[in-house]
Design a protein around this ligand. Structure first.
Ligand code: ADP
Length: 161
């Protein structure tokens, strides 16, 4: 049985921090499923299709990574996909409390699935999708923080708005 991890998130949009985490995850797991959550209460800038397209293009050269979206409980989804692990990233201590609560809830809901945390690369500890959007909407230079396709799609999105 291959060791499969689900890496869930909003990915609104995907950043180099997320990609860094996926690279690290590939050293530990045989396959990673990047799973875009469709039912969070967060208001998103990009549609699910746009988010998945950006992820697909950014990870086109990674045969061990697949991209999907899911509705409903994450642990149910992980189970359906035969994943034993939920992969999450930690940037700074500020992530800890929320991630801790989430992991405990998921453990309560499905004790067979473990949450595994990996530390992001130092270059990306400050980087979040929300701060990135904030910078981009005001015309900040976001080159080098996200894949090329994301730079393009952010420009397009804010031009249209
Ligand atoms: P969510 O809405 O579930 O928090 P995100 O798309 O913001 O989804 O993040 C998905 C996962 O990626 C989370 O575990 C988050 O901690 C992690 N993550 C976000 N930004 C970074 C980053 N710069 N480096 C590493 N991991 C990150």
């Amino acid at each position: 049985m291959p060791d499969i991890a689900v890496y869930p998130g909003s990915f609104d949009p995907i950043t180099n921090g997320h990609l860094d985490l996926i690279q690290r995850g590939l050293k530990v797991f045989d396959r990673i499923i990047v799973a875009v959550a469709t039912n969070t209460f967060k208001k998103s800038l990009f549609t699910i299709e746009e988010r998945m397209e950006m992820i697909r293009v950014s990870l086109a050269d990674q045969p061990k990574v697949s991209i999907d979206s899911f509705e409903g409980l994450l642990v149910h989804y992980a189970r359906r996909r035969n994943a034993r692990v939920i992969l999450r990233g930690l940037r700074a201590v500020t992530d800890f409390e929320y991630e801790f609560q989430l992991a405990m809830m998921n453990r309560r809901l499905e004790p067979e699935i473990e949450t595994v945390f990996l530390m992001t690369g130092l270059r990306w500890v400050f980087l979040s999708s929300s701060i990135l959007k904030e910078a981009a909407v005001h015309g900040g230079d976001i080159e080098g923080m996200v894949p090329e396709i994301v730079v393009r799609m952010l420009k397009e999105k804010f031009r249209l708005k």
